[in-house]
Design a protein around this ligand. Sequence first.
Ligand code: APR
Ligand code: PHB
Length: 398
Amino acid sequence: MSSATTSRTQVGIVGAGPAGLFLAHLLRREGIDAVVLETRSRRYVEERIRAGVLEHGTVALLDELGLGTRMHREGLTHAGIELRFGGRSHRIDFPALTGGKTITVYGQHEVVKDLIAAWLDGGGDLRFEVADVAVHDLESTLPRVTFRDAGGTVHELRCEVIAGCDGFHGICRTSIPHGVLTAYERAYPYAWLGILAQSKPVSDELIYVNHDRGFALFSQRSPTVTRYYLQCAPDEDLGGWSDDRIWSELHARLAGEQTPRLTEGPIMQKGVTAMRSFVVEPMQYGRLFLAGDAAHIVPPTGAKGMNLAVADVWVLARALATFFTAASTSALERYSETCLRRVWRAQRFSWWMTSMLHRAVDGDRFGARLQLAELDYVTGSLAASTSLAENYVGAPLS
Ligand code: APR
Ligand code: PHB
């Protein structure tokens, strides 16, 4: 192993997902120095297929940062979603219910590509393929991050603050001493089998389907690339899902009155996404601040994961600006409390959407009838559909 080096920065950012990358850009705007460390390769993070719904506020933030050009060119503005149950579709019109707001469908990995390119173009420090990342002295005013670069050289990064943006499986949350954090968790007895296919989308808008055979979601990435999901078992064996079986299951779950025309095509990617709700409180320990999936996970039904990560780092960047310019820790002290309000709102919404749309695995027939009553109410009542719409487009960042 090569000899050690030491360097300094104001904020050490662990993880180059949406949380870490948005934070890096927000700090750059404030004139705060940051270094981003990422265990994976650039190619890996740029190709990792995840969700793709950007809330109104996330789109506005990309624009504010001057990073929205490709998103506006290639992303798709959606003015609503369809809820399909009992074989019929019902539309939720976002602009009509939220004073003009829409969402944008643009893959998370495309956002990540744009953020990485702009960070590096602006001379930003981002180290890919680092190993053995560890955080130290979190209770002190000079915490440190140590890591090994791809060549094996050991580095020590001395920071004033560390941002733990390293996702659910990262090391930051687990470096906090036992007993400090309280975890709140809910596991769901199902998962999503997701595909990316070369085919014409079934509709211009997303369709969320409640069906006796299980939930399905019809989404897209472009006018020629579709992203579809099917409710499956958490331990589903992908080997049992031929392309033919996937298409025939999608046809079956979409069928009913006014069946939208589903066009098949080559499937480019298949994967199983787990469904879990998870929150730790507080989102801070000493000079370590957790953001995004490192602190909370939502089931994907409400499309909130990336948007929550963005909301966290927006709060964190503002608090860090106060800290570095006015030497005041008061905003940083409120970081966790401020974020957790939005986190729990999104948890409630994601849990509600999930519970309303998925088939219970225990054959709960009463529950299935309640789901239909809920869907009937949501699509028939102005108050209830407004509630869904305002949660889906997301509250402004504040
Ligand atoms: N050191 C450095 N980087 C790490 C480490 C580590 N020890 N462990 C993990 N990472 C990296 C991961 O490789 C990943 O690139 O941290 C990054 C975390 O990114 P995400 O998992 O995308 O999490 P986040 O930025 O919080 O974004 C949340 O991602 O999981 C989706 O649905 C979720 O859309 C949401 C969004
Ligand atoms: C997606 O397009 O990947 C997507 C859309 C809506 C969701 C989840 C995922 O609720």
